[in-house]
Unconditional design. Structure first.
Length: 381
């Protein structure tokens, strides 16, 4: 309908003051934040449109899309065929206009963002990083989140302040989101790594043989490696399997989940940070795997907020292709499923790092052998 912009202001007010705070744990969005949330998920938003803002634009699009139908109705001509090519052209133009409008809005918003917000937006736009928001909540696939996990997921996505966090970590340092993602106390960082490793290990068993978790590398017997290579006799990688890249060849994979908001990473381009983490792994293991194991090595680099490096993207694509072929499913279906699995896995691990208790468990003396002595002492006192 034309000229309904003013009538939609009340609806936008309810969305801003009631609906959004209900699932953002009470967060009141600024004007720029609200505009960001109105963008598509692939651009870092939540696709919660501002109705009064898009009313006129979408009305014009509706007029263009239904032009042929309107003319037929006016002429009372039910026999005149629709020009499918004209309709497809109109539809493409509408999609293009929306894309250009959203890109312009995002660019304007990015000019106002601080470095952390820019990094958060870059992460949310990466492939698969937003799958936890766009996937149907299937309980059978564990594609569900409880209320606290969802609140925290939204806050992490936009670098909003999280509620109910301790001020000091049991390790003695100030507790915040970035510290939680790196603190080794409690073992949650290791568990985050192991969850990703185990996911890929289980899937590799469907498409490879001789799959091993944490396989030891062969000891050196006089071979000379570069100075940065890992030459320890105890060296091992996360997963290996035969026949993944080449028939009969053993492929080794090593997982790394790093914090992209660390001070050493924040002022660098995100692609560069992924590449440097991959290259560090390669310097440690690539030569040893090729020369001694006669295999291949692939570093799989991720962040707790979603997103992955180039090597991991190649691995995910190949793994999806092999799974689709074996299970006789569409490649796109398997790829979406795998990205969703990984997205939920990383999000839950990030929330665990935030909410998990790092305090040392106090042992309770439950030895009943001295109960009579203790009772006697208690009575004397």
């Amino acid at each position: 309908m034309p000229n309904i912009k003013q009538h939609l202001l009340r609806l936008d007010e309810i969305v801003d003051n009631v609906y959004l705070p209900a699932f953002t744990d009470g967060h009141i969005c600024s004007a720029d934040e609200r505009l960001l949330l109105s963008l598509p998920v692939k651009k870092g938003g939540l696709a919660i449109i501002i109705f009064s803002r898009v009313a006129d634009f979408e009305f014009a699009n509706s007029r263009v899309a239904t032009q042929q139908l309107v003319e037929n109705i006016k002429n009372q001509d039910s026999t005149r065929p629709m020009d499918s090519e004209q309709y497809k052209t109109s539809r493409r133009n509408i999609i293009k206009a929306r894309e250009e409008q959203n890109s312009t809005i995002l660019q304007q918003l990015r000019e106002k963002m601080n470095p952390e917000q820019l990094r958060a937006n870059d992460l949310s736009k990466m492939k698969g990083a937003s799958s936890w928001l766009t996937t149907l909540p299937l309980k059978s696939e564990n594609f569900t989140l409880n209320k606290r996990e969802f609140y925290d997921g939204i806050s992490l996505r936009y670098r909003w302040t999280l509620k109910y966090l301790p001020s000091v970590c049991p390790c003695g340092k100030n507790f915040d989101v970035d510290h939680a993602m790196s603190c080794m106390k409690g073992g949650f960082v290791y568990r985050r790594h192991d969850d990703v490793r185990d996911l890929f290990a289980n899937l590799l068993k469907d498409v490879c043989y001789d799959v091993q978790v944490e396989p030891h590398l062969q000891s050196l017997t006089g071979e000379v490696l570069t100075s940065r290579a890992n030459s320890s006799d105890e060296a091992r990688l996360d997963v290996s399997g035969r026949g993944f890249w080449q028939r009969g060849q053993r492929a080794f994979f090593d997982v790394r989940v790093f914090n992209p908001f660390a001070k050493s990473h924040l002022n660098r381009k995100l692609d560069s940070v992924f590449t440097s983490n991959e290259n560090e792994k390669k310097r440690q293991y690539n030569q040893r795997v090729i020369d001694i194991e006669h295999g291949s090595f692939s570093p799989l680099v991720f962040t707790p907020y979603g997103g992955n490096g180039r090597e991991a993207e190649h691995f995910i694509s190949e793994l999806s292709s092999k799974l689709a072929e074996k299970k006789q499913l569409e490649y796109s279906v398997v790829m979406h499923w795998l990205r969703a699995k990984l997205s939920f896995n990383l999000l839950r691990s990030a929330v665990l790092c935030l909410r998990g208790s790092r305090t040392i468990k106090q042992e309770v003396n439950s030895d009943i052998s001295n109960v009579q002595i203790s009772n006697a002492i208690g009575r004397i006192e």
